[in-house]
Each structure stands twice: as C-alpha cells, then as structure tokens.
Design a protein around this ligand. Sequence first.
Ligand code: GAL
Length: 500
Amino acid sequence: MYACRRLLFAVFAATCLTSKADSQILTPKPQPAPRVNGPTIYGARPGHPFLYRIPAQGERPMKFSVKNLPNTLQLDPDTGIISGTTPGRGTYNLRFKAKNKHGSSQRTFRLVSGDTLSLTPSMGWNSWYAHYSRITDKMMREAADIMISTGMADVGYQYVNVDDCWMNTDVGNDPQRIGPFRDDHGTIMPTKHFPDMKGLADYIHSKGLKAGLYTSPGPLTCTHCGGAYEHEAQDAKQFADWGFDFLKYDWCSYGHITPRTAPLPELKKPYATMGALLQQQNRDILYNLCQYGMGNVWEWGTEVGGQSWRTSGDLGFELSKIFAVALKNSEHRAFQKPGGWNDPDYIQIGYIGNARGGGLPAPCPFTPTEQYSFMSLWSLMASPLFYSGDMTKLDDFTLNVLCNPEVIDINQDALGEGANVLRLTPTTFIMVKNLEDGGQAIGLCNASEEQTSMTANWSALGFKSKQHVRDVWRQKDLGKMKQFDTIVPKHGVVLLRVSN
Ligand code: GAL
C-alpha cells in the first residue's frame, strides 16, 4: 500500500514537472510531413563557389527536388544540399520541393546572382558567449553536428562561426594556446586546439553549412591573440583559401593605431581595407563589422563592404537591458536594407557562459517569457540571428524558442524592413514590421516590471478594416478582429502576424 502511494506520488510529481516545462513551450512540434523553410530570396556572386542546404523540417528520409535549377548547380536529392558555381548575373526563380512518406512541401527561392550578399539577415551560431577562450576545433565540429541533429539547420541556421581565440596568444594558462602569432611566411597561426583550419571548414561544408571566423584590424584581438594589422591581404587570402564564408572584424587593439575619437575617415579606413580585400577573393565571404557603433557605422557599413555591423557594445554585459538595447538598435532601422543589417549582438538563451568572468556555461538569467521576448525583438528588428550558447546543452524549450519557422519567417522576410517602434508609455511599445506579402508582424512589448493590458489599435497602425490575426508563437489563427487586446506579461512580447 505504502509502495503504491509512493508510486502514485512519483507519477504525480513527474506529471507536475513535465506539465510545468511543457507549459512554457508554446509552439507545436514540427509535423512529420515536410515543411520547406528558409529565406525566399538569396544573394550570391557570379562564378563563386555556391553552397546551400535547403532547410526543411519533417521526417527523414526525404527526397528533394528543385525546379529551374541553373546548370552550374547540382542538388543532392537525399540531403537537399545544392553545390556548384553561382550562375551568371541575373535573377533565377527556383522552386524547392521536399517529399516524404507523409506528404510534400514547396517553397520559392529567388537566387539573385549579383554583387549583393545577405539579402536577408544571416543566421547561425557563434562560439563566444558559450566558450570564450576554451573554444576548440572539436567543439566547432560538434556545433555543426548539433545544428543538423537538433533541426536548427532545418529552419535556416547556417553559419557555424568561431569567434576570438582560434589563433595563438601570448598570455594565459593554457600552453596549447600560447605561441607565435605568425610563422616564418607571415601566416597567422591557429592554436594547437585548431590543428587544421581548412579541414574544419571542409567538415562544416560537408554538412551543407557555412564556416565563419574572427579577427581584428589591430595587432591583437581583444583577448591578446594575433590580429590582422599589416597582414590584411595575406589573412584575407588565407581565410578564403581555408574556405571560410564569414568574417567578424573586431576593432579591439586598433584603438592603439587610431583613437576612437579620430575623424571619420580614420575610423572607416581599416574596415574599408578589409572589405575591399574580401571582395577580391573567389568566395562569398560575409563581412560583419564589430566596432560597437563608432562613427555611426550604420551610415557607412554597406559602403565599406559590410553585410552587418554591430550597433553597440557587448550585449553579454547588458543582458538585463534587452528591451533598451532593442530600442536603441531600432533607432537605426532606416539605415538597414537587404544586403546590410544592424547587428545588436547574439541571442544568449539556454546555457551561456559568464561574459564578465568567461565562466562555464550555466542557465541564462532569463525567464521563459524573456527568452521569447529576445527572439521576438530580434525577429522584428530583422537582426542577424546568431545563437551564442552551449549547443551541447540545448533543451526542448530553448530549441522551441530558437526554431519556430513562423517567427524566423518574420526575421527573414524578403522586404528586409526593421520594425517601426510606436512608444505608448515609457515602458510599453508596439513594433510593426511590414512584410513582403502586404501583411505586418506586430509585437506588443512590455518592458515594465508588471504585467499590463495592451491594445493594438488598428487605426493607430494605419489599418482601415478588420484584420486576420495569427499568434505566431502558438502558430494559431485568432480570427478577424477590429483591434487586438491582450495582457502582456512582465518583460513580455506578444508576437502577431496580421493581414487583410
Ligand atoms: C568583443 C566583441 C565580442 C567578442 C569579443 C572577443 O570586442 O564585441 O563580440 O567578439 O570581443 O574578444
């Protein structure tokens, strides 16, 4: 009898625990039938190597096909990986199809072969806020494996990027990381934890994903590793030869060459130099400017070849202020467009390290509501979406926040608008992002310390008639409405998609 009661209690406790965790998961699980995801427009440079893994959710095995695939490209029908050489200048209207035993799904894909890359914000993973100087080749490969196995790649995450600390340093306790910055030929030297940079990029590419790395225009990176100063051309070529597809260029010690207060041409110079060099390589290499917003970088980021530019300092130091950071970033919305994006830094949810001490990954300081807010705000702003937490500790909740394809569609929308902000009170505001299909994404945002009722008043938003409203996190239609009234929890964002 006692054993039976104990069993009952155990079952009850387990049910409570499960339902608590489940209640935080708002998004229905992906169906077994295919659903093709990802951007509907994609820029690549003619004649360069092309690699794209069609993001598609659904049970494997799955068969992929592509209509109107240019003959310079090949598709692997089992993996959905397209490779080859980008065709000549022009717009190619492709149609992706994925099929499995449960059904099929299609999606258009406009391939624009020309000068402009990143026609939608880039998406991927970055090592910094999880691993700092602990990063190794093994962890990078593992991150690529997990991007595939968790389904992150099936909703569009694509870049696997190492941040600082892949190259030798002259400080610290780890002998594997200490060594000369360059060899006798002036080639930048990775740490012993990165024995084969080309092998690493090849491995990431073998999954249909793309590889990114990091350096500084200064002699040293922010953690005292070797930077690119006076070796810019050699490094740009080396990164391309290794096969990297993304470079983050972080100001760091460049302050010793040019003070932050220097005139604008001096602030632009190192970024323009590297931007021109990257464009000379026979690869599409996305260029992320990281100089914390100096000299109003949003005004000239595109001009120096950047596809994205950090608009402020490190978000890891300001995690208690994601609403304020988003509002500040949104002030520059007019300067972003397809090909050039404001970057308010990485998504730090799930398990993250401690930015101040470089500590080991631990649960992030956010409530579940705040984690949804993080992703909602970044999607409404059309910010690059880089997860920067521990990939080995991703749980169902974190994946559900990172991987809702309807939320990601808002971020990746081909119009490329950052949401307009309508301030209602000092702590509440509405964000409205126009979408390519004529609809809007709307975020009702409550940065206050208490839950509050909020209204999205259609006439204030410029709508003349009732609107269809969809709850994007729950993927649920709410009906046709004259206005939308809701209670928004403390630090919450209610994310809607509305259409006529
Ligand atoms: C900072 C940068 C961070 C990270 C770090 C590496 O300057 O903003 O994102 O890259 O350097 O040392």
